[in-house]
Design a protein around this ligand. Structure first.
Ligand SMILES: Cc1ncc(C[n+]2csc(CCOP(=O)(O)OP(=O)(O)O)c2C)c(N)n1
Ligand SMILES: [Mg+2]
Length: 674
């Protein structure tokens, strides 16, 4: 980008522990703080001029925390995710001021290709993880990437920020506990500025000292006053050195400042008379400047301010001059591009009879054996082998930390997996039941699934979803989740119906550079043993399989319903000499429907059978996609066979009414034929 060259003033982005008291270090700190402040103030002006859209949440008042921290961190190995008050930190971590301004101008220079606004950018290549808006969510990502660095032999420290308001979210609890449990050296920083938007801390929690929560997690915690950057430099430098050595997490409650309202539009009417003025009077920046001036640096400070002013204005001009963003490429960027197949060993060489659960276990073993970057995690998946014994024996053979049981923290464990994945590991996460993935919805559908689109970074995680009903598990252990999850862009999904496909699907999902959901119907885990072997054509699971050929209609199904639809086909062949094309979809996202469309063009009749509910169900999408092109050539209206629009009921008599079955498929098709 053609930005003005950065003044020598900002050439150094680091302060070493031995340099804390040196005048140059303090002047350097001042310069970065002033750059952050000037940048934030100018961003607000430009917003008011209509040159920045959305809104802006400034970091004015937070510089005395964020600047020393970013200067002290080891940018070559450490991991960080700034909050919406961290503009100064972004400036120091990497890039040119212009890059960061373009994020706000949402033009062709934007690091997120203008797909995200405000301060929702980062620099994933340099381990600055871009925040999503949902507060609390980024903590576990930092834990994951920091642990990834550690697994790679790098003595990294992670830095994760959250506000006093965010401290009430469930993700904060999940993450602090997880970091303590796994002993991941992350410094959690509470930016306590006394307000969450308009809500004062007195209306958020009872305990005045948030840092005291650390004790409950078995970690060190302390409060830090942020009115003087010299104090912050010393306190943080010692803390970082300690955490880097002990490899234990730490909670710091930083008493920091929000000099303006929550965001550009906030008029702060909720504050008491004089309160806003009192906060501004405590602004650390002018105090720090006065201290440095009193120490004999007045002329240097004036020079810094003048040089900085010119640099900021020239950079704003250059940034604003960049062309608008080109919408081309948006659709392509939803997914990371297809990767070359991995160099798998051809094992198992000959067919071995196994259940689907054993086939998945074999696939996991193969991955753990052949792929050193792989990590398998989930609840009870260690010694116990998982609720369905799919991971049996893995921890014995591969050990922790490559295979490990997580506590009950679906959101944080998924965020942790994501953090590992964006740093070069590849994770397979088992959900005990697919139903519990709703607790990780934000991490999966908003964070992992959007990662490549907004950050250009691959995020290879396989989410194993043991799903489906028929086993009298009731409403919370029997769901089919595909339509809920797949309406969000950025997720791939496979749904095998037999052991060989399950084995193939696991390998295909694993080597994909995108988050992939692997739906595993619990009722199929032990539905007989079938031959499984190394299949060089394993990637064909991304295409539907044609299981039967016939003339009357085209049936499309997936999961356990493939088996039931097959039995229904047997019935029609015997009783009516009527035959069907039957497709097992296998891949639910992306959908590859060419073969099914060709069949439909021939038969002119479409039947979609799935186990999930009918309303907003996956069948609606299938019918639309399959019929919108050749609607006029259809001989009959499409038939959807699905579950009733009820929560999954418990008793077998009720579930039998709720769910499609072989008999119900027969009845529905018979009525339709009539
Ligand atoms: C989970 C979630 N709920 C609501 C919001 C909307 N929101 C954005 S910032 C904010 C206040 C956050 O307060 P705090 O954590 O103290 O951070 P501060 O803005 O004071 O720095 C709220 C409610 C959000 N981003 N995420
Ligand atoms: Mg706050």
């Amino acid at each position: 980008m053609n930005f003005p060259s950065t003044p020598g003033l900002f050439a150094r982005r680091d302060i070493r522990p031995g340099e804390l008291d040196q005048p140059e270090s303090l002047l350097q700190t001042y310069a970065w703080m002033q750059l952050a402040r000037t940048g934030d103030n100018r961003i607000l002006d430009l917003f008011r001029q209509g040159l920045i859209r959305g809104t802006v949440t400034g970091g004015q008042g937070n510089e005395a925390l964020i600047v020393p921290l970013a200067l002290l961190a080891d940018k070559a190995i450490d991991v960080i995710s700034f909050s919406h008050r961290g503009f100064g930190g972004h400036l120091i971590w990497s890039g040119h001021l212009g890059d960061h301004l373009c994020q706000y101008f949402a033009n062709s220079g934007s690091p997120t290709k203008a797909r995200e606004g405000n301060i929702h950018h980062g620099d994933p290549a340099n381990r600055s993880l871009p925040m999503i808006s949902h507060l609390g969510i980024m903590l576990s990502n930092v834990i994951g990437s920091t642990d990834s660095q550690r697994r790679l032999g790098k003595p990294a420290v992670g830095f994760a920020f959250f506000g006093d308001g965010s401290s009430s979210t469930g993700d904060i609890h999940e993450s602090l506990n997880l970091a303590a449990l796994l002993s991941v050296p992350v410094i959690f920083v509470i930016e306590n500025n006394q307000y969450a938007y308009s809500t004062p801390v007195s209306e958020q929690f009872v305990s005045a000292n948030l840092f005291e929560r650390a004790k409950g997690y078995g970690m060190e915690g302390f409060a830090m006053d942020c009115s003087d950057p010299t104090h912050v430099l010393k306190t943080l430098s010692a803390a970082i050195a300690r955490v880097r050595t002990t490899r234990k997490p730490l909670l710091i409650e930083a008493h920091t400042f929000r000099l303006r309202g929550h965001a550009a539009y906030d008029t702060c009417d909720y504050m008491k008379p004089g309160e806003a003025e009192a906060i501004i009077a405590r602004d650390p920046l002018p105090k720090f400047r006065a201290k440095l001036a009193a120490a004999g640096h007045a002329a240097r400070l004036d020079a810094i301010d003048a040089e900085l002013h010119d640099f900021v204005e020239a950079t704003i001009k250059a940034s604003l001059a960049l062309p608008p963003i080109d919408p081309a490429g948006m659709a392509e960027d939803v997914f990371a591009p297809p990767a070359a197949p991995m160099a798998w060993q051809p094992s198992p060489a000959g067919p071995e009879n196994m259940t689907m659960a054993q086939a998945i276990n074999r696939g996991l073993r193969k991955i753990l054996t052949e792929r050193p970057e792989s990590v398998v995690l989930g609840q009870d998946i260690g010694t116990y082998g998982g609720a369905f014994k799919v991971t049996e024996g893995l921890v014995d053979d591969f050990g922790r930390p490559r295979v490990f049981s997580t506590p009950l923290c679906e959101s944080a464990s998924t965020g942790y997996a994501l953090g590992l994945a964006v740093n070069g590991h590849r994770v397979i996460e088992e959900f005990q039941f697919a139903d519990f993935a709703t607790d990780a919805m934000t991490q999966i559908v908003l964070n992992a699934a959007t990662y490549h689109f907004r950050a250009g970074q691959k995020c290879p995680v396989v989410f194993r979803f043991p799903c489906g009903g028929g086993l009298t598990f009731g409403s919370f252990h029997s769901q089919e989740m595909e339509s809920a999850f797949l309406s969000f862009p950025g997720l791939k999904a496979l749904y095998p119906s037999n052991p060989q496909d399950a084995f193939n699907a696991l390998l295909a999902a694993y080597e994909d550079d995108n988050p992939v959901i692997l739906f595993e119907h619990k009722g199929l885990y032990r539905r007989g043993k079938h031959p499984v072997k190394w299949d060089p054509d394993y990637r064909s699971v991304w295409q539907p399989a044609k299981l039967r050929s016939g003339d009357f209609a085209t049936i499309v199904s997936y999961g356990e319903m493939v088996l039931m639809a097959g039995e229904a086909c047997d019935y029609f062949a015997e009783e009516y000499e009527t035959t069907f094309d039957l497709f097992d979809l296998r891949a639910l996202a992306p959908l590859n429907l060419d073969a099914v469309k060709a069949s439909l063009a021939r038969t002119g009749r479409l039947v979609v059978v799935h186990e999930g509910r009918r309303a907003h169900g996956f069948g609606a999408e299938l019918v639309a996609r399959l019929t919108e092109e050749h609607f006029a050539q259809l001989k009959a209206p499409p038939l959807r066979i699905a579950a009733l629009d009820l929560p999954v009921p418990f008793a077998p008599e009720l579930e039998a009414v709720y769910r499609p079955s072989r008999d119900k498929i027969v009845d529905a098709i018979t009525a339709w034929m009539g």
